[in-house]
Ligand binder design. Structure first.
Ligand SMILES: [Zn+2]
Length: 289
């Protein structure tokens, strides 16, 4: 009897999985994407217009799933609007464009503040005394299913998609990273080779730390030298927003990110002007900006 009940539970679970995968999600993806939402993407996520037609359709379907699955909350009196939801979902789903239909399975809610927000952080003195200090943040990603964002910085990052800074890409890269069970710069890699990934990321991370310590300019934001998790998030920003520069100065890192995200962001760059080459390259020839 116990075996029959167990088999029934397994069958019910499988049926639910099939329903979600093949019917519920399919129906959500087929919902009409309104012209007003397209207008929001064109204004706040202009890279949307550079996507190929098939990519735009896929992005719109990913956005539908994102909106159906995740809760948005306005903080500090911010009234949530379609503009806020579509702009955030649109940028977050760019990271999923080349991947399956799973929409950040660890994420439940997105909290949005009007501007940069203050978060309290534990500070430990040399003698071990613990105190708390407020830090101004543009975004935060939590392993308990929350992403927190500053709306001001979401719009700024989306509208300038070529400066290498994008708080939505950054925080949602942390969400992908955390799918391995730990946010440590090593997301589940699927088809990528783990040894190659580890070697390439380790080499590039060490180089960024060395360059940051010496105050040398680099295509990657020096914040990526904080730890391997921040390195992955910062490298993701550069991969999407400055792909040609990243590929030119760090082709091995670019190739790993391309294998992981399965997209070619260089196609989306408009009127790209390559940065000047540097003469000061030491052990990382070609790094220039
Ligand atoms: Zn971060």
């Amino acid at each position: 009897m116990a075996t029959v009940i167990f088999l029934l539970i397994v069958a019910a679970g499988f049926a639910l999985f099939l329903y979600q995968t093949f019917w519920r999600d399919k129906l959500i993806r087929r919902r009409p994407f309104s012209p007003a939402w397209r207008g929001i993407l064109e204004k706040n996520v202009p890279v949307y217009q550079q996507l190929e037609a098939s990519e735009r359709v896929r992005l719109e379907q990913l956005i539908q799933l994102f909106l159906a699955e995740k809760e948005f909350y306005g903080c500090d009196g911010l009234d949530l609007t379609d503009e806020i939801r579509i702009t955030i979902a649109g940028q977050a789903c760019l990271l999923l464009l080349g991947r399956g239909w799973q929409i950040y399975p660890g994420l439940m809610s997105v909290l949005v503040y009007p501007t940069a927000f203050i978060a309290e952080r534990e500070v430990r003195d040399e003698d071990g005394t613990v105190s708390y200090a407020g830090h101004q943040l543009l975004g935060e990603s939590w392993s308990n299913g929350k992403v927190i964002l500053s709306w001001d910085d979401v719009t700024r990052g989306g509208r300038d998609f070529h400066d290498g800074h994008n708080v939505v890409l950054h925080e949602f890269a942390h969400q992908l990273d955390g799918l391995s069970g730990a946010t440590n710069g090593a997301p589940p890699l699927g088809g990528s080779n783990h040894d190659t990934w580890a070697q390439v990321f380790s080499d590039n991370y060490d180089d960024l730390r060395a360059r940051s310590a010496r105050g040398l300019p680099t295509v990657l934001d020096s914040y990526g030298s904080t730890n391997p998790a921040e390195f992955f998030a910062v490298a993701t920003e550069a991969f999407y927003e400055r792909p040609s520069a990243l590929e030119r100065v760090r082709p091995d890192l670019y190739a790993e990110l391309q294998r992981y995200y399965r997209v070619e962001p260089k196609r989306w760059e408009r009127e790209y002007t390559p940065p000047p080459r540097s003469n000061s390259a030491a052990n990382w020839p070609g790094e220039c900006d």
